[in-house]
Design a protein around this ligand. Structure first.
Ligand code: GLC
Length: 424
């Protein structure tokens, strides 16, 4: 009998060990694992130069878990290319934490380059709902929202006030004022980000969505060959043809377009809120400080639709110290740091309550408009081949804007190219 009891005990021990093993195995798949120590955080260009100083705060209080910041180029496409090259190196990857564009989560998760994260560790319930979606792939959390973004129309308040016209709500109003009033003040009419790169995909998607169209549907089927898409692309192409979009804008990314506006060369600018915060307040060298306003993007018959931008923090598959990585992400998404992301970085935070904070609203009066724009913003097309989809959109829309193809022919060609990509 003793042997039976002993065997029973042995079995129990074995069971406990096994259960523990299975549980920790399951956790390992959906966990940041153990490990504390120094990290490298890679990010796209820090346009407002706030992240380095912000991380110094962490480094001072975490001397054994210091973060080294690697700043990649301003252009989203170049940052994407550099991150992908690094991640393809597998365990030779230099990066532990990545600040990735919202529309890369699926690609990076699908490729196994970033780890699933435990939902309950990051207090997601306090975040704006659409941003949490961008960090989810296949029902699993693969990143934590860090910054959100939605396009706004910035305008010269001083000029419109002198003319007695309200800020435009429709494309027709924008076109009329850009064509007739801007030249009286020696200004160009309208610009966005029209260089062929991710920014042009964003501007083109906004034009198509605002006209009621789509590029791909939920099942990644091509839906772009529509009257709405022709109208959207037509709006952009007409601007260049008629001269109320200056030719120079075909080379603009975020920074160049912001510079044109801040030098007092433009009446209207589509940009992300950082440009408004930076140019409008007391930015050094801004010729338009105190003279600008921001409204939702216009569309054909009323307010249009913005694309949801922003970035998420992800932990790489080969991260050296996953526990520190997760703790750093908790820190960067904490209420205190999210406040600094707004006040020092001029970037829209992901925590919902900050948009209603009276002190912040006093300092950043566009917060309520921005909150509305984020909540109604639409994501970019979802596809496992998103990078190729975006390249096709950029190339075709640029050809339409330079007049190499009519909007009708451009939309047909885009539909063909997207169909070929989805068959790959
Ligand atoms: C901003 C947005 C990002 C977008 C990029 C395009 O950084 O936050 O989502 O892809 O601009 O240039």
């Amino acid at each position: 009998m003793r042997w039976m009891r002993a065997a029973g005990r042995g079995l129990l021990v074995l069971l406990v060990v096994l259960t523990g093993y299975v549980a920790s195995g399951a956790r390992a798949q959906e966990d940041t694992g153990g490990g504390r120590g120094p990290l490298t955080l890679a990010t796209a260009g820090d346009l407002t130069n706030y992240l380095g100083p912000l991380l110094q705060g962490w480094n001072r209080t975490h001397p054994d878990e210091k973060v080294t910041l690697v700043e990649l180029p301003d252009s989203a496409d170049e940052t994407h290319a550099q991150m992908v090259t690094d991640l393809r190196g597998g365990d030779r990857s230099r990066f532990d934490v990545l600040n990735i564009d919202v529309n890369w989560t699926s690609e990076f998760a699908g490729a196994g380059w970033i780890r699933p994260l435990p939902r309950d560790r990051f207090g997601l319930g306090t975040f704006l709902p659409p941003v949490v979606d961008t960090a989810t792939y296949d029902g699993q959390l693969y990143a934590v929202p860090y910054v959100t973004n939605a396009g706004l129309l910035l305008y010269r308040k001083d000029v419109l006030a002198k003319e007695g016209v309200p800020p435009p709500r429709t494309w027709a109003e924008l076109e009329r004022v850009a064509r007739t009033i801007a030249p009286k003040y020696g200004l160009d009419g309208y610009a966005g980000q029209f260089l062929p790169y991710e920014g042009l995909t964003v501007n083109a998607a906004e034009a198509v969505y605002s006209a009621g169209g789509t590029i791909l549907d939920e099942g990644a089927r091509v839906t772009v060959d529509s009257a709405a898409a022709r109208e959207g692309i037509g709006f952009l192409a007409r601007g260049v043809r008629e001269g109320w979009i200056p030719k120079a804008a075909l080379t603009y990314k975020e920074e160049e377009s912001k510079q044109a506006f801040q030098d007092g060369r433009l009446l209207f600018l589509r940009n992300w809120p950082y440009a408004y915060a930076y140019v409008g307040a007391s930015a050094k060298g801004s010729k338009v400080a105190g003279k600008i306003g921001a409204v939702p993007l216009p569309g054909p018959d009323g307010p249009g639709t913005s694309v949801l931008g922003g970035s998420n923090l992800a932990v790489t598959a080969h991260a050296r110290h996953p526990d520190t990585a997760a703790r750093l992400i908790v820190y960067l998404t904490s209420e205190r740091v999210q406040r600094q992301v707004l006040t020092r970085g001029a970037l829209p935070p992901v925590r919902a309550d900050l948009y209603e904070d009276p002190e912040l609203v006093r300092e950043f009066p566009y917060l309520p408009t921005l909150r509305e724009s984020v909540l109604t913003a639409e994501p970019r097309p979802k596809s496992p081949h998103y990078d190729q989809v975006s390249l096709a959109v950029q190339a075709v829309v640029h050809d339409a804007m330079t007049g190499r193809q009519t909007p009708e022919a451009a939309v047909r060609r885009l539909a063909r190219e997207l169909a070929a990509i989805s068959r790959r």
